[in-house]
Design a protein around this ligand. Sequence first.
Ligand code: GLY
Length: 318
Amino acid sequence: MTIHKVQPKLIIHGGAGSSLKGKGGADAVRKSLYKVVEDVYGLLVAGASAKDAVIRGCHLLEDDPRFNAGTGSVLQSDGQIRMSASLMDGAAQRFSGVINVSRVQHPIELAEFLQGSADRVLSDFGAAELLRELQVPLYNPLTEIRLQEWMQERQENFVREAAGVVAENELVEDSNAGYGTIGVVALDSEGCLAAGTSTGGKGFERIGRVSDSAMPAGNYATAKAAISCTGIGEDIIDECLAPRIVVRVTDGLSLVEAFKRSFTEAGASKRDFGAIGLDANGAIGWGKTSEVLLAAYHTGNQMGDTLDLSDGIESGGL
Ligand code: GLY
């Protein structure tokens, strides 16, 4: 029997944005998220480290074509997929990531490799070189629905700011459910924290645009707290959202208070994003200024989610 020094905790997200209008809507997303929570929480209970649990969770979410990361990533303005991912080990306080990488199934794997490297954040050309060095098989993450979404946008001359937060079962003409990304935050039985975030970006963006998901602004962890963000990357960067919440916890605020203060400020600044997090005491937190935050968690006793929050600015936790 595994003896836990602390009760493991887990929270994951599959993006934030405007309401889910597609077939299946919230129920289908909830089912996808709970499946990942169950799998990854099982690992934590069996004694996996927070870092390994986060990597596993990101893998599973990158593989789900519903979410905008790995398979099912959105296309940029030139019709190409470029993905970004990062991993932060809270115990080591070490960040690693890749920016705008193509033709890989699991961008988080590159971030994992870079945890042990002297050069820990690589952009497009360097990330492609790393893929070649590691002999990672080439992979095309394109899905039919994301291609159709891009073709429709091209006909309309890219008027939308971002692609759908989740890939619907079929193209939804009036869907404006933007801003997907996936993220996983874990607290392991040794009391260590980690955070991972992976994305296809906003969709329809200029070539070379850099996502918050491979920056500490969008993914940050220390020994005290760990946060993963989703939403409009530029807004997340402007608020320096993940470190903002972590520093507040470090300075003595509870996680829930740190979320509340940060999201009140973000609302006043008309930001459009969401975030999830844990602290070293096992508190679980979330917040959003966008209409929906697709997050689910495991407390040790039960699973829950944030899919039924109101449309307005909200933050909370357990
Ligand atoms: N948060 C994902 C992005 O803006 O790229």
